[in-house]
Design a binder for this molecule. Structure first.
Ligand code: F6R
Length: 610
């Protein structure tokens, strides 16, 4: 969840560190800090609660700088966001500065042990026990590298860490244990750069390498030494061939607004090379090239948050279109329930960031069980790709808004195309040619919703003071009800629940009164009459009814309070459009509450702790 940078340079590094942290701020934004080795070979730490702009205004007159430094943008786990708990964290003797991403699970045990040796702790972080543990091994007479190796051994949990030492002022040390986000090391003629993600690294590096689980790095301007605790690890520098993506808001007020509006383009990009609308065929051969899909008897989808809801939706599509049994699991549940995985199962982990700790752990378990996997991700060179070995890229370009929108759309589109592909290679005898024709038009239907968003803006304003919402859907629109409720919670901080509409009378109906708006996804298809019965039941209990529908002509206007319409398609495709409606509703409601759309409170874009 946190972002880490390091820089060793021929010139001063403070600005490089700050520029890197700005790119990583999506990973956490409750506090920020840097540590520099100054001219006197001492470590200066500058840090503050809040976002990078708060840090910059706090230190606007500060002249500290140096040719080596580390930095951190934080998403708090242990200890509230504050100046004191912000990273870098000093050891007790103030000779080591540490930045850390992850959670040390046995930190209390380590803290108690170190306190018994006289170490005092001044922060509430688990990171301080890393700093003090290394320090204590050094005091016991070990070299700093040995001290780091012992520390890696001693801690449990997940950690990506960089360390500056006053005794070794030309070196950045670092290590990685478990899945706490990536640590990538880059180099160019001028510098060695370290960062939590590839996009940040490519702005100043020509080549890179990846630090793996259990590895320790010693970086100086003369080179990189990597060890796994037992021996040195020889790694090749890999070329960076990609250009840095320039990400801006264009004329939109928020990144998220722009990203919602990019969805028809993203949709088109994901067709390219995969769907042939003339021949009505799908070609995924290049992406599935290491897997023998003809042998697949069962599919297990895993993800968290919106990615999990995308998996839920995909389970409907895959079973209906490709006739393969599908199960989907929340990654954090899958990981710990000792899953029974039958032979010929394909596991598909989904993660836009490719870094979600729960999904990485689940996928790693599948790797240990030697199950075939292919991930769906939006991040090249992500840890998830490295675990699964096979990947399908979302082609959504960078998503800056912390809540997922276009990456959710890209994921569900890819799943739909996979369903068509599996149906094709398994010779499922169903005529899907109309579906291809309609799928092709989805991007223009998405644009129609966006062009007519005034109605959704008015509605969001109308309901902006409500603090509870229910979202109901059936079949493939049930996961969209879940996604709509999640978007509203994340962005507007209002309580919202998503339910399969049939479940309503089994409990949630007791919540219905005149203060409870219920957003019902009512589409023209096999669930229409059932959804109509649901809204009638809600109305009888005086609930406020909002319908999102593609068949207003089939609904009597006396049955609802408000209506949002979208184009009619085959019912199976309707989630692509109901998704855009729930995204817009959540975003505009948050705008009318004057909230931070791109960086909602308490969230982070990469959730690198379990
Ligand atoms: C929802 C959201 C989160 C993520 C979840 C998984 O708007 O952004 O719920 O979907 O944290 O993230 P990834 O897809 O990166 O694994």
């Amino acid at each position: 969840m946190c972002g880490i940078v390091g820089n060793i340079n021929k010139s001063l590094v403070k600005n490089n560190l700050i520029e890197g942290l700005k790119k990583l701020e999506y990973r956490g934004y409750d506090s920020v800090g840097i540590a520099l080795v100054n001219n006197n070979k001492a470590i200066d730490i500058l840090k503050s609660e809040g976002k990078i702009d708060d840090f910059l205004s706090k230190y606007k007159d500060n002249k500290s700088d140096g040719q080596i430094g580390i930095g951190h943008t934080r998403w708090a786990t242990h200890g509230i966001p504050s100046d004191n708990n912000a990273h870098p964290i000093f050891d007790y003797y103030k000779t080591l500065a540490v930045v850390h991403n992850g959670i040390i699970e046995n930190y209390l045990e380590i803290k108690t042990y170190l306190q018994s040796k006289g170490y005092e702790f001044v922060t509430d972080t688990d990171t301080e026990c890393i700093a003090n543990l290394i320090s204590s091994y050094i005091k016991d007479g070990y070299s700093i590298t040995k001290a780091i190796d012992f520390t890696i051994e001693k801690i449990t949990g997940h950690a990506a860490v960089l360390i500056l030492s006053e005794d070794h002022p030309s070196t950045i040390y670092g290590f990685k244990k478990g899945f706490a986000g990536s640590l990538l090391i880059g180099k160019s003629d001028e510098q060695i750069a370290i960062a939590s993600d590839f996009q940040t690294l490519i702005s100043n590096s020509k080549e890179y390498m990846v630090l793996e689980d259990g590895e320790r790095v010693v970086a100086t301007k003369d080179g990189i030494l990597i060890s796994n605790g037992k021996s040195n690890v020889r790694k090749k520098w890999l070329p960076i061939n990609e250009d840095e993506e320039i990400v801006s808001k264009n004329n939109y007020q928020f990144f998220m607004e722009k990203e919602i509006h990019e969805q028809s383009d993203v949709f088109l990009k994901n067709f390219q090379g995969r769907v042939d609308f003339n021949k009505k065929t799908v070609n995924f051969a290049n992406e599935f090239n290491n897997l023998d899909l003809a042998t697949i008897k069962r599919i297990h989808l895993i993800g968290m948050g919106s990615s999990y809801y995308a998996c839920m939706l995909a389970s409907y599509w895959l079973e209906k279109i490709s006739k393969i049994p599908v199960q989907c699991s929340n990654s954090s549940e899958f990981r710990y329930r000792n899953p029974v995985i039958e032979n010929n199962t394909l596991i598909v982990p989904v993660s836009q960031s490719g870094e979600t700790a729960d999904t990485l752990s689940a996928s790693n378990l599948a790797r240990e069980l030697k199950v075939d996997q292919i991930c769906i991700t939006n991040t090249t060179n992500s840890e998830l790709e490295r675990i699964t070995k096979n990947s399908i890229m979302m082609r959504a370009s960078s998503e800056i808004g912390v809540a997922s929108t276009k990456t959710f759309m890209a994921t569900i589109e890819i799943f739909f195309i996979i369903a068509l592909y599996l149906s094709q290679i398994n010779h499922v005898n169903e005529d899907l040619s109309d579906i291809f024709d309609e799928l092709k038009i989805i991007p223009s239907y998405i644009d129609n919703i966006l062009k007519n968003s005034d109605k959704i803006i008015k509605l969001s304003n109308k309901y902006s003071s409500n603090n509870n919402f229910l979202f109901l859907g059936r079949g493939q629109n049930y996961p969209i009800a879940m996604e709509g409720a999640l978007k509203l919670k994340e962005l507007s901080y209002v309580h919202a629940e998503g339910y399969p509409a049939g479940e309503m009378k089994h409990g949630p109906i007791s919540l219905i009164d005149s203060n409870m708006p219920v957003i019902n996804i009512v589409t023209d298809g096999p669930y229409l009459n059932k959804m109509i019965s649901n809204i009638r039941e809600i109305q009888s209990r005086k609930g406020k009814i909002i319908v999102l529908t593609n068949c207003p002509e089939k609904l009597d206007s006396s049955w609802y309070d408000d209506i949002i319409t979208f184009d009619k398609t085959d019912d199976i495709l309707s989630p692509f459009l109901s998704t855009v409606c729930v995204q817009l509703f959540a975003m505009y409601l948050a705008i009318s509450r004057n909230l931070d759309i791109d960086r909602p409170r308490n969230l982070a874009k990469s959730v690198t702790v379990e």
